[in-house]
Design a protein around this ligand. Structure first.
Ligand SMILES: [Zn+2]
Length: 235
């Protein structure tokens, strides 16, 4: 545990010294103004789900709440550069990579009918104590990038955590649903009335967290909801 902590610290320190290395492979220099090098930009596993009205994300969420559209930029594949990318974004301070990829994806999405009609971008919040510990919320950085690419506003604090949820890594789907149910509140719901909201998270697994955020958002009158995540993991 201590050794893992030290090596993370070491990598974080190296990232500080050489911030211009690709956020996925950590070897090559990124393309100008981007987070990824040329080969990672080409080889990271894109889903292209945004091109399909029905896709594995919409199917996973179907029947749980009303949804306009949903997509994920990448497949999560263990022990590949996409896992390293997500790890660096989440734990090693490479938040600018989330912003940069969000902006890139937002520019692609705004050309497409359901996403072109988005009014507002809202990230899934971290619990304040976890955000304080980490120093940032990676989903908020992704949301900022998407908002910039879509040319729409972001409301980073629209959702808040009602209570701390335990880490979900080792829980079954049923436990996760129970664990996150009712965990989110909408601040100033009148500000989202009649809006098409884009809900943003870093990784989708079962969709329990997205569902727990979607339900209170959809309680505001006339809200339409779409979802974007950076990666989708297997159930
Ligand atoms: Zn690379």
């Amino acid at each position: 545990m201590l050794i893992a902590g030290l090596s993370q610290l070491g990598e974080a320190f190296l990232d500080l010294l050489y911030p211009r290395l690709c956020a996925a492979c950590g070897i090559h220099h990124p393309i100008r103004d981007a987070a990824l090098c040329v080969s990672c930009q080409l080889e990271l596993p894109r889903t292209d789900y945004h091109l399909f009205e029905e896709n594995p994300i919409t199917r996973r969420l179907m029947g749980r709440f009303p949804l306009q559209s949903a997509t994920s930029m990448f497949y999560f594949v263990k022990d590949t550069p996409i896992q390293h990318l997500l790890h660096r974004i989440k734990y090693l301070g490479r938040k600018e990579a989330a912003w940069s990829l969000g902006r890139q994806y937002g520019r692609e999405l705004r050309e497409l009918e359901p996403y072109a009609k988005i009014d507002l971008v809202i990230p899934v919040p971290l619990h304040p104590s976890r955000e304080h510990q980490r120093g940032y919320n990676q989903s908020a950085w992704l949301a900022r990038g998407l908002a910039e690419g879509l040319d729409r506003p972001v409301r980073e604090r629209a959702l808040s955590r009602a209570r701390k949820t335990e880490t979900q890594t080792h829980k079954s789907r049923q436990e996760r649903l129970f664990n996150t149910e009712g965990a989110f509140l909408v601040r100033e719901p009148r500000r989202i009335i009649g809006k098409h909201v884009l809900l943003v998270d870093d990784v989708m697994t079962t969709g329990a967290t997205l569902e727990a955020c979607a339900l209170p958002l959809l309680q505001a009158e006339g809200v339409q909801l779409s979802i974007v995540t950076l990666a989708i993991a297997q159930d």
